[in-house]
Design a protein around this ligand. Sequence first.
Ligand code: SF4
Length: 684
Amino acid sequence: MPGQQSVQTICPFCGVGCGMNLLVDHQESVVGVSPQSDHPISKGKLCAKGWSTPFAIEPGDRLKHPLIRTPNGFRAASWEEALEVICFGLEDIITRLGPDAVGVISSARASNEDNYAAQKFARAVLGTNNVDHCARICHSPTVAGLKQTLGSGAMTNSAADIDQADVIVVWGSDATENHAILGGHIIEAKLRGATLIVVDPRRTRLAKLADLHLQVRSGSNILLANALLHEIYRHGWQDQAFLDARCEGAEALAEAVADCSPSRLSEAIGVPASQIQTLARIYGQAGNAMIFYGMGITQFVSGTFNVMALANLALSCGQMGRPGTGVNPLRGQNNVQGACDMGCLPNVYPGYQDVADPAARQRISDYWQCLVPNRTGLTSMGMTRAALRGVFKGMILFGEDPVVTDPDQNEVLASLKALDLLVVAELTMTETASHAHVVLPAASFAEKNGTFTNCERRVQLVHQAIPPVGESRGDWQWLGAIARRLGSKALDWTDSQAVFDEMAAITPNYSGMTYPKLARHHGLQWPCNETAPDGTALLHQTSFPIGRARLIPVHHVDIDEPADGDYPLQLTTNRLHFHYGCGSMSRKSPLLERETPDGILFINPLDAQSLGLRDHSAVGVRSRRGYLETRAILTDDLPPGLVSMPYHFHEAPSNQLTNRAMDPISKMPELKVCAVRVCPLPEG
Ligand code: SF4
């Protein structure tokens, strides 16, 4: 069409990172989307969310000007005025309480450049390591667990490897709902003859297609992994040559699982011993076997140990370092891998360089020409807890909606109200933004250049397609404007390429990447450096970053809040194919919005019957932390005793109910299970 052009970019929704083209009308407006036929992962496909991208960019209620809170609500303001309020607030808090009384929450939806700027702003401008993002509540145990065992907290293999796997184990992940294109590759692999095994308390779509579904009890992951290891070592299915050559700790692990027989543990795991024995035999004798996992592994108080248990399994069987093998976390948001890589975590600088390591601190300080803080900062929930104690007073947050996504909503709201300064940059007014003192209009991914890093460590270019809507600005630009007003030139870049080049210079895994190289290759997978100038599709082929991989025995940890007489049902959380995160992007699409009612409680028909519920009955759901009302959907995809809610809907926020109890290592809250009571409501 005359006046229309196609701009190559990357889907802004999930961590699969599908290639798409935005169709732009007269350089002003995104009017359509099409898949890139030659993209190495999506291969000419997009899921329903990807096809709905234009609605997320221009939903009709985009924020176009800064807003400042007044006693009578928000009023429009100029950027100058908003920046002045922000800088006055920051300086006041830092003067009174020091730099650790402020912090930054960056965004797994934003680009690497924006995230790099956010952590540099926290460290070099504010002087604190208080920087975090939503990986805290999705894959922080992956970073902690795989780093300890393998030396690198990321997917070991690539999506393309699915074609080479004989056995695929999907553990605690609903890939067809949450990572639809990758889920489709798994289904294709199953259709061409691969054995598919699903471990999940819910009968997911993949579970219905699987050769074997272990419908385990919530929170029994370590018991199952140890029972599998018991069988594997008992039968001699371990890969002794691999263990001898490349790992340490195999003997201690074999000893630790000696009493973990399937027959002893099957009741606690919730599946027959024969199923455990079958999975052990299939995995233990597989040629190439891939493990994929999601938040059914990570969102527990035992999250880090759960991840280590899966690594123990793969290492014991030598399923590592070859195509079609490995331990593969399915990262949730489009750039959650990148936000972690950029150092938007309170304990590491860019490239996972430990803030407690004096050499790393010196390196970063020299490069940035300022002394960066070396005390581990607060996590996102550490910041909200500190706000309740009155010692944390200022938060700058972008592209996240913790009121909807974080556990125990009432406590999150109380902590936000305790702040002297809350700045939120967003595309549209969110629940969290509605509590801010200053709201800034952020530019969407279609309005800026940058990079996203997908779940298989592929760094891909995002190209500007349209000018920023209204007065919106990219995140590194408005962060730079605040820095300049505070007297710092630390964020004075000319363009996003300059941000990337600076980041690559101090982030070892990215050191071989440049924008022109990324443009030539559909992106590059890290590590990309002098020894791997074309990137690395497959990690750990001949060695691990820590030399030998570590097999570390882990033991069962009870869930924090089991069902009891007062709260007799267990609640788990799930995501729906047609929605994404807090819903602030996917719910702008009328096509996606019509597919599911807002807020749902999935419940087994037997539980429903005992409560007198029918399909779509109105129900109240109460936990020790909150109460909400919604509608019941009856399904035997859940076993009796377990109910489930998606968390996308602010009208029925499942996080009113969820538990803040945390994994002591990664500080991951136990979002996957808490105790609730369900009661029927009179029909209105
Ligand atoms: Fe976008 Fe993920 Fe769907 Fe691909 S699978 S189109 S990246 S939402």
